[in-house]
Design a protein around this ligand. Structure first.
Ligand code: ZN
Length: 231
């Protein structure tokens, strides 16, 4: 880690022989400065000083990933479910209104507890994703007059959906941690690929016909993508 005394900013310096200019990058690890291999430290520091306003603004915007499990609350299609974790004779996850009961068998050792809870919650979300997306696909495919063949639930980190030419629609269970209108957008987007296998103007026009607020949904995903985690 490098530290800039003038701005108080810390950053990771990444030098590369292929790089010709200085650049700044902000990701989940923080601030990175990309620099040509032999550029002197003074020029790099001056660059950080010059860009400090932009850097501060973007560091502030970077949303922390919430630890839903330790908060004992899980966002679910725009609602919030309260986690009720109990030791029991069996391991199971059951929803009761706005409460999500997580029963963990007494045979599960204390050191494996957190991992078991996360694993069981994820499994529950995958099951919910199957039934919820199946319903949304049925609704929109009828309206759009398309015929998807199969639904697959994935757990990608930053991808929300995909559509294969054979009619398979894949969707990310993490979308259940977002409001339902965001999940609907991804469904319409993937179904529209059954008509246009690209992101052409015609494709976006079709999406807009069945989902006029697609810009808002895209924006929401961009802003919240790091938060759609169980952790
Ligand atoms: Zn697409």
């Amino acid at each position: 880690m490098h530290h800039c005394a003038e701005t108080g900013l810390s950053y990771e310096l990444k030098r590369s022989s292929r790089r010709r200019t200085l650049a700044i990058q902000i990701n989940q690890h923080g601030l990175q400065v990309l620099a040509p291999l032999y550029l002197d430290q003074y020029t790099i520091q001056q660059f950080v000083v010059k860009k400090q306003l932009w850097i501060r603004e973007h560091l502030a915007k970077r949303a922390p990933v919430p630890d839903h499990i330790s908060r004992q609350r899980i966002p679910f299609l725009g609602q919030e479910l309260i986690l009720r974790q109990v030791r029991d004779s069996i391991t199971a996850v059951t929803r009761d209104g706005d409460q999500l009961w997580v029963q963990i068998s007494r045979r599960v050792r204390e050191e494996n507890l957190a991992a078991t809870v996360r694993q069981r919650l994820e499994r529950w979300l995958v099951e919910q994703a199957h039934s919820w997306f199946a319903g949304r696909i049925a609704f929109y495919s009828k309206a759009m007059q398309v015929a998807p063949q199969q639904l697959v639930i994935k757990g990608w980190q930053t991808k929300w959906g995909s559509c294969h030419a054979n009619g398979t629609i894949s969707l990310n269970w993490r979308l259940l941690l977002a409001p339902s209108w965001v999940g609907d957008y991804v469904v319409v987007h993937e179904l529209a690929h059954l008509v246009h296998m690209n992101h052409s103007e015609k494709f976006w026009a079709l999406v807009a016909t069945y989902y006029p607020e697609h810009q808002q949904a895209k924006h929401w995903l961009k802003q919240h993508q790091t938060q759609l985690q169980l952790k």
